[in-house]
Design a protein around this ligand. Structure first.
Ligand code: UGA
Length: 462
């Protein structure tokens, strides 16, 4: 079993370190934020990820998983060092802030005293492996020490990261030192996944190309959704029909409010930026981003079409996190939706099963008018006296909502389903004005401001 150091205890670092320990390795996670390390030592996790807390606890108890702020302690006898720190966008154009990676590389170099393989796990612009190599070489406190750099991009999804680590579709390793790449491959052998060994730049590119392709699938189906609405087709069934074709596949064809999170928006921007820096004109990537931005405006447009001016209206928002099973608010559509409604004078009543704290912080950070936002205890409180209910995040618990009851407590029976989560027919039967994304046939015949609300009330009573 190997001795491993993981630098960075964010999403990627914590999941990777914990899962490698769970495979029997001895893992030390290093982070420069002392408070985070103190909390981790007590078993308190900085993020919400299903199963993670239990696996961290189990491996700490077994003596395989350690946390420290000291690079020296982390690198002591380490065979492998994973760099898993943040690489945020520097600007809206897509440049990547490499300062955390550079600092990590310098700190590693100062403590290296034996041959070690350094593995880039964070998503870094193509060519970063060479940058890391140069920084380490320039900062070695013992210049005779040998090392190798391998790129090993991560493909974990938030919310199912543990599962994704344990059964990856593939493991990608890139290096000019194939022997080092093969040694890293031994860490993953128990997972029985295909292992791709290639050069450094190609491995880095595989990561960007994969995320950009998935984002493209999402923007593609969102464009199809727009067309479906005009032509009275249902995008859910279109996606299902397309998905049977093995060349297409059903995954990532859910039309909705567009992609968010810490990866797709940043990585598509970064890839377009790299292409432009190289003198190219990445038109497809720009279209993908433009369509995604447009999806963020759909809810506000629909609300005003159905309700008229939003001033004084109460909009119930179900879900804040950028997707279910996480409390991550980075680039979450909920932020834009709440901002657009409150800017027009509406009140927002919001609830998320886990992202209430992170949601509140994110809305404040993004300058949303907090005096118009009310945080509720649950979905029913959100719906009370609301003029419309907007489903933003498809949390499983919203499946069991009693929509008949919701219908009776709302002021006006309007549901904007941003994830095509509810059964359109059932909501229509209950008297809701239901509006999904790309479901032409189920669009309310009266997406009209002067709809007769009283008569839809009587539908429910019938
Ligand atoms: C994504 C990739 O799926 C991972 O493989 C990758 O490792 C990760 O980025 C990363 O680069 O770190 P993640 O951002 O956690 O993972 O979440 P996804 O499940 O991929 O969803 C991304 C966004 O796309 C979400 O906002 C989701 O709501 C949206 N989405 C997804 C759709 O709108 N439609 C779909 O059909 C699928």
């Amino acid at each position: 079993m190997a001795t491993i150091c993981v630098v960075g205890t964010g999403y990627v670092g914590l999941v990777t370190g914990t899962c490698l320990a769970d495979l029997g390795n001895r893992v030390t996670c290093v982070d420069i934020i002392a408070e985070k390390i103190e909390r981790l030592k007590k078993g308190e996790l900085p993020i919400y990820e299903p199963e993670l807390e239990e696996i961290v606890g189990r491996n700490v108890s077994a003596g395989r998983l350690h946390f420290t702020t000291s690079y020296r302690e982390g690198l002591n006898n380490a065979d492998f060092v994973f760099i898993a720190v943040n690489t945020p966008s520097t600007d809206s154009l897509g440049g990547a802030d490499m300062s955390y990676v550079e600092n990590a590389a310098r700190s590693i170099a100062q403590e290296l005293d034996h041959y070690t393989i350094i593995i880039n796990k964070s998503t870094m612009p193509v060519g970063s492996g060479d940058v890391v190599k140069r920084i380490i070489r320039a900062n070695l406190s013992r210049p005779d020490v040998r090392f190798a750099v391998v790129s090993n991009p991560e493909f974990l999804r938030e919310g199912s990261a543990i599962q994704d680590f344990r059964s990856p579709d593939r493991v990608v390793l890139g290096s000019s030192d194939k022997e080092a790449a093969r040694k890293v491959a031994t860490l993953y052998l128990p997972l029985r996944a295909p292992i791709v060994i290639t050069d450094l730049y190609t491995a880095e590119m595989i990561k960007y190309a994969s995320n950009a392709f998935l984002a493209t699938k999402i923007s593609f189906i969102n464009e199809i959704a727009q067309i479906c609405e005009r032509l009275d087709a249902d995008v859910k069934e279109v996606a299902a029909g397309m998905g049977y074709d093995k060349r297409i596949g059903r995954a990532f064809l859910d039309a909705g409010l567009g992609y968010g999170g810490s990866c797709f928006p940043k990585d598509v921007r970064a890839l377009a930026y790299m292409a432009e820096e190289a003198g190219l004109h990445p038109q497809l990537l720009h279209a993908v981003m433009e369509i995604n931005d447009d999806q963020r405006r759909l809810v506000s447009d629909r609300l005003t079409t159905i309700l008229g001016p939003l001033r004084g209206c109460t909009i119930g928002v179900l879900g804040l996190a950028f997707k279910p099973d996480t409390d991550d608010m980075r680039e979450a559509p909920s932020i834009d939706i709440i901002r657009q409604a409150t800017d027009q004078g509406a009140y927002a009543r919001v609830y998320d099963p886990v992202a209430m704290t992170t949601g509140c912080e994110a809305l404040k950070r993004e300058g949303v008018r907090m005096e118009q936002v009310q945080f509720c205890q649950g979905a029913y409180e959100v719906a009370e006296s609301a003029d419309a209910l907007v489903l933003v995040t498809e949390w499983h618990e919203f499946k069991s909502l009693n929509m008949r009851e919701i219908r009776t407590i709302m002021r006006r029976p309007v549901v904007i389903d941003g994830r095509n989560f509810f059964e359109a027919g059932e909501l229509n039967r209950l008297g809701f004005i239901y509006c999904g994304i790309g479901r032409g046939a189920s669009l309310p015949p009266a997406m009209l401001p002067d709809r007769d609300w009283a008569s839809s009330q009587s539908l429910v009573d019938a």
